[in-house]
Design a protein around this ligand. Structure first.
Ligand code: ADP
Length: 522
């Protein structure tokens, strides 16, 4: 790849986009693409993935085909390119026949540098012929994790991409992009698209401008209302897990005189577009949405993302939370947790049509998400290590890093929990273990003769609820591993043994601030 080409790419960055320099990762990806290497680029949301194909599209001869999963966003993406004077278009089912025909003839005469399509279109013979008849400079695949069953947004239509690519005598260069970086997804993408490991560019996942917070046991609605009121002039997204909850929040906000937009899969296309536009163009500052909202949305000035419920996986949490602060300015990501969130997610996994193996995997991911809630360590470090990025020091700004309090020796209680789990032969779940330790009178315990165990009632000074929370903490700290799917049983890890033998101590943080931990009175 010639230095001139990279020079040209930098010129385009300045003249078309008005930016001074490439961000970390962008440069390497663009260099590889210009050198015709099939590349996988993994960057966090807001990292600047679009430029990685848009700039090559402008320097290379021919057309760059952009495969994108969301029809509803193609127009916005193309409009944004038009604003920058870049010749781009899209083909999708929203166009009239005349519009489509006109665009196709302009594609044939080389009028566009970028053409956006959904993956479904690649299987249409007419479209395949069209593509075979024009010079394709690059195939950019956005949200590539959609082709992996290990990802959090599998779309069967993505599987057609590799078959389509393999039909070319000479395959055009491919740039696959995603913000999902787990090893399994990465390998899956590499295998499907035949991309070399050495051509995979992973940028760091750290987002220094994000302040992560986890709040447990609070009145969620009261918190949200106050939060939105005190951040009136700022744009923010509130994510809830269900359509019903989104609707409820939307109406409650309206009743509280707060103008908001809403977005979920149950709204018709017009309504969705209307709400999305209102938020994107700052007519309203708050968007209440399910996770259907946000993929590919480029709104750079989102100052906060509040999760009203815990999402199922760290991948989806970080992707959604990462929609805050794309402009690099300080922004907040708050996760409001209640134990109900875990039950809802387990229920959804159970109800899904996934195979047993896949379900087990989803439960494992849910467990990792739950541990994020209960960890006492730095939240950013937790997320980064989930993505295999372990080099970072604590962020110094998340709710774990800044809380005030003191470390208390909990070795004795931890030993009680561990020995009870052992006595119960690692065959029971969290609530049963907690009830045995707290000495509950529950009938089931009597039936199973668990009240005869020597560990029965040894933590009777605490409630079963408290003991269950302590078990959550020990799980987050990896002393205990819940195993199995919907009703996991507790098993001890290698870390628990030295504690049982008295060789290692367990210290738990006890917060002094109490104001954010009011009882949940919903
Ligand atoms: P992603 O697709 O990775 O989520 P985008 O491509 O939408 O992210 O980029 C996020 C924001 O960062 C956009 O507003 C974009 O214009 C901006 N951006 C991208 N590259 C640069 C750069 N080199 N310098 C400054 N801003 C950039």
């Amino acid at each position: 790849m010639s230095i001139e080409k990279m020079h040209e790419a930098e010129q385009i960055l300045k003249t078309y986009y008005g930016y001074d320099s490439f961000r970390y990762g962008q440069q390497q990806i663009i260099e590889q693409v210009l050198a015709q290497k099939d590349t996988l680029g993994i960057m966090p949301t807001g990292g600047g993935k679009s430029l990685c194909y848009q700039i090559p599209a402008l320097t290379l001869e021919g057309v760059t085909l952009v495969i994108s999963p969301l029809i509803s966003l193609m127009k916005d993406q193309v409009d944004a390119l038009h604003q920058l004077n870049i010749a781009a278009t899209y083909l999708n089912s929203t166009l009239t026949r005349e519009e489509e025909e006109e665009r196709i003839s302009l594609i044939q005469t080389g009028e566009y540098k970028l053409v956006y399509v959904a993956p479904e279109r690649l299987v249409q013979p007419f479209f395949q012929q069209l593509l075979a008849s024009i010079p394709l400079s690059l195939v950019a695949i956005d949200e590539t994790h959609c082709l992996s069953q290990w990802g959090h947004d599998f779309r069967p239509s993505y599987l057609g991409i590799s078959a389509w690519l393999n039909n070319f005598n000479q395959r055009p260069p491919v740039l696959a992009l995603t913000a999902t970086a787990t090893e399994a997804v990465q390998k899956d993408i590499q295998n499907h698209l035949d991309i070399q490991n050495e051509n995979t560019v992973v940028t760091g996942f750290n987002r220094e401008n994000l302040t992560l917070k986890v709040l447990k046991g609070i009145d969620k609605w009261r918190y949200v209302k106050q939060y939105v009121q005190t951040h009136k002039s700022e744009a923010g997204i509130i994510y809830a897990n269900t359509r019903k909850e989104v609707e409820q929040l939307y109406h409650k906000l309206q009743e509280a005189d707060i103008q908001a937009a809403m977005y979920h899969g149950g709204l018709n296309e017009n309504e969705r577009a209307r709400h999305q536009e209102a938020f994107l163009h700052d007519q309203v500052s708050v968007m209440v949405a399910t996770n259907a909202f946000g993929m590919g949305i480029d709104k750079s000035n989102v100052r906060y993302v509040v999760h009203y419920n815990m999402p199922r996986t760290i991948e989806s949490y970080y992707q959604e939370a990462g929609r805050a602060g794309r402009d690099g300015e300080d922004s907040e990501c708050v996760l409001l947790f209640s134990p109900q969130d875990i039950r809802v997610q387990s229920f959804l996994i159970e109800q899904s049509e996934l195979t047993e193996d896949r379900k087990a995997q989803e439960y494992e991911k849910l467990q990792q998400m739950t541990s994020y809630i209960h960890t006492e360590g730095c939240l950013m470090t937790y997320i980064l290590s989930y993505f295999g990025d372990v080099s970072k020091a604590d962020c110094g700004r998340c709710s774990s890093c800044v809380r005030e309090g003191e470390k208390v020796d909990r070795t004795k209680e931890a030993q009680m929990v561990f020995s009870c789990i052992k006595r119960m032969r690692e065959r029971f779940g969290k609530m049963m273990v907690a009830q045995v330790l707290a000495g509950s009178e529950n009938q089931k315990i009597k039936q199973l003769q668990l009240h005869t165990l020597p560990t029965y009632g040894i933590m009777s000074g605490y409630t079963a609820k408290y003991v269950a929370e302590f078990i959550d903490y020990l799980t987050a700290e990896k002393y205990i591993k819940p195993t199995g799917s919907q009703y996991p049983t507790l098993q001890l890890t290698d870390l628990a043994l030295p504690v049982l033998k008295g060789e290692k101590q367990v210290h738990q943080f006890v917060a002094l601030q109490k104001e954010e931990a009011e009882e949940n009175d919903e």
